[in-house]
Design a protein. Structure first.
Length: 550
């Protein structure tokens, strides 16, 4: 039995080690999409690696009705995504691998579901320390990299539209939100150990300084909420009446802060940002998209192909920030995968929260590591209402969901017994895990290689290689646009036109592709007129189209 339980511990360690690698991996010396492709590849490899392990432990799910429900939700989530791929008109490659710069397609969410299920069957209450420390380690390393970037010691030349503090997550907003997730694990890192408190102070200093240089309001708010929730449950175990008073004050403060973010009340000067108006425009566009495509959405990670079409006149005359994401998880799932996909994801979150309540009900004393991890989970859910999904944080969200569910079902050691009984099959299934790992690498290699060649073409100025890379499987609308524009700006108009034609053939909803045909003097007049009509059909409120002379 000890050997089997050690095997279980090893699986969870493998999951969190892979999650650290997903968070920190980058390849700017090999790829254009260097903060996404290595992360997506590692995550997909992890997902397929876990399949034989899940099959080996199928008795765990068979024995528990709640876990059967989770398995059904997971299968319906995956089934809905498959139906979306076949029902929508979005390019299949884009739906499978995800949009360049996002990677929020089938491969990512398929892997995340498997990661969640793998965490469920290997979670006990004491494993919160392992997950906390692993997430904290990833955040500290990424934050340290942010500090190097701030002082100009970055060895890589990133192209960023932000303040340049991107860490390994690609955006200061993402980095600040990740700090909010790791802050509580940092606070409880050495609870009860006063000898090395200096380590806690150093780690907290790194996180808080990085939060400061990120200049992201959402990070501060998420930190305050997570710490507030942590304190709330500490008070719960000390004094129930004080708990009620504290939460009333906390709730009122939250309402005032919310009004401040909406440019109302005393905190509006500090909390209101123009991005609030921009979010409103994105959400209106998302609602229009959902109303027109309620069952299957417009295609996985394909909102960017439809956002110009579904925006209204008010948005076109407003901030009108182009977006390929709704900046809200639930709207994003509904817009790209249908209302059913959004409801299933919401059900998984509700299941996770219900599992937390089960643990809370059975808990006799305050467990700082458990509540720190729950605070991290709440912090992530909070930012998911106003932010796009980020693959580096998504993996931790699904791990914590799996942990909450697994811990609630293993309070009496029931799952450990079942895992022990199925442990004898470990040696038989392990080769299949490694075989699927190799298979995952084979599937991901074209994704990596096509982007690598695009990067190489850009570095060497090789036009022929650029044309070849643009058309390679898996094709990408964004890669097409970048290469077409680079060829156009280099004066290679014929090559640019050739690639632009391939771009709109691959994705007829590529406004950039049609625009580069319209602007290309080498294109016949009839083709350019057709390109103009296509642009207006995809972007009815386009104000610049008439400025291009034919």
């Amino acid at each position: 039995m000890v050997r089997n339980l050690n095997s279980s511990n090893g699986t969870l360690r493998n999951i969190v080690i892979a999650a650290i690698a997903v968070t920190l991996s980058l390849s700017p010396w090999l790829n254009s999409d260097s903060l996404i492709i290595p992360k997506g590849t590692i995550l997909f490899c992890l997902g397929l690696f876990l399949i034989p392990i899940l099959i080996r432990h199928k008795s765990v799910f068979k024995s528990n009705r709640s876990l059967q429900l989770l398995l059904v939700l997971s299968l319906f989530f995956l089934l809905q995504m498959v139906l979306v791929i076949f029902a929508s008109k979005a390019p299949i490659e884009q739906e499978f691998f995800g949009r360049t710069g996002r990677a929020l397609g089938f491969a990512t969410y398929f892997s995340l579901i498997l990661v969640m299920l793998g965490t469920v069957i290997h979670s006990t209450l004491d494993k919160s320390i392992l997950i906390n420390n692993s997430m904290l380690l990833a955040c500290v390393i990424s934050s340290g990299y942010c500090i190097l970037q701030f002082f100009g010691y970055d060895i890589f030349k990133w192209v960023s539209l932000t303040n340049g503090i991107i860490g390994t997550l690609g955006n200061p907003n993402f980095q600040s939100s990740f700090i909010a997730m790791a802050l509580l694990p940092a606070l409880v890192l050495r609870v009860g150990n006063k000898r090395k408190i200096s380590i806690n102070i150093l780690i907290l200093a790194v996180l808080l300084y990085t939060l400061f240089i990120c200049e992201s309001t959402q990070g501060y708010i998420a930190c305050i909420v997570s710490v507030g929730i942590f304190i709330s449950f500490y008070i719960w175990f000390q004094n129930k009446r004080l708990f009620v008073v504290y939460n009333l004050i906390f709730l009122c403060s939250g309402i005032i802060a919310l009004f401040g973010m909406l440019n109302k009340g005393p905190l509006s000067t500090y909390l209101y940002k123009p991005s609030v108006q921009s979010r409103g425009e994105m959400w209106r566009t998302a609602f229009s998209t959902i109303m027109d495509n309620p069952w299957f959405g417009v295609g996985l990670d394909s909102f960017g192909d439809f956002s110009l079409f579904y925006r209204d006149l008010s948005t076109a005359n407003g901030i009108n920030e182009f977006t390929d994401n709704t900046h809200n998880f639930f709207l994003q799932f509904a817009a790209t995968g249908g209302l059913i996909l959004s409801l299933i994801y919401a059900s998984i979150l509700i299941f996770s929260f219900y599992s937390f309540l089960i643990v809370l009900k059975r808990m006799q004393k305050f467990d700082p590591n458990f509540f720190a991890l729950f605070g991290s989970w709440v912090s992530f859910q909070l930012q998911s209402f106003i932010s796009p999904a980020n693959i580096s944080m998504l993996v931790w969200n699904f791990i914590i969901c799996g942990f909450l569910i697994g811990a609630s079902k293993n309070l009496d050691g029931e799952l450990n017994t079942l895992i022990g009984n199925s442990g004898k099959k470990q040696d038989l299934t392990r080769p299949f895990s490694y075989l699927l790992l190799i298979f995952a690498l084979v599937i991901m290699y074209p994704w990596f290689n096509s982007d690598r060649l695009a990067w190489k073409a850009n570095e060497t100025g090789d036009g022929l290689l650029a044309v070849r890379a643009a058309k390679m499987y898996p094709e990408s609308s964004i890669r097409y646009s970048r290469i077409t524009l680079a060829l156009y700006n280099s004066g290679l108009l014929e090559q640019s036109l050739d690639v632009a034609r391939s771009a709109v053939e691959f994705n007829p909803r590529s406004v950039q592709g049609w625009f580069l045909i319209l602007a290309n003097s080498k294109a016949p007049l009839e083709e350019r007129l057709n390109a103009r009509n296509q642009i207006l059909s995809l972007d009815p409120f386009n104000k610049e189209i008439n400025d291009i002379k034919l």
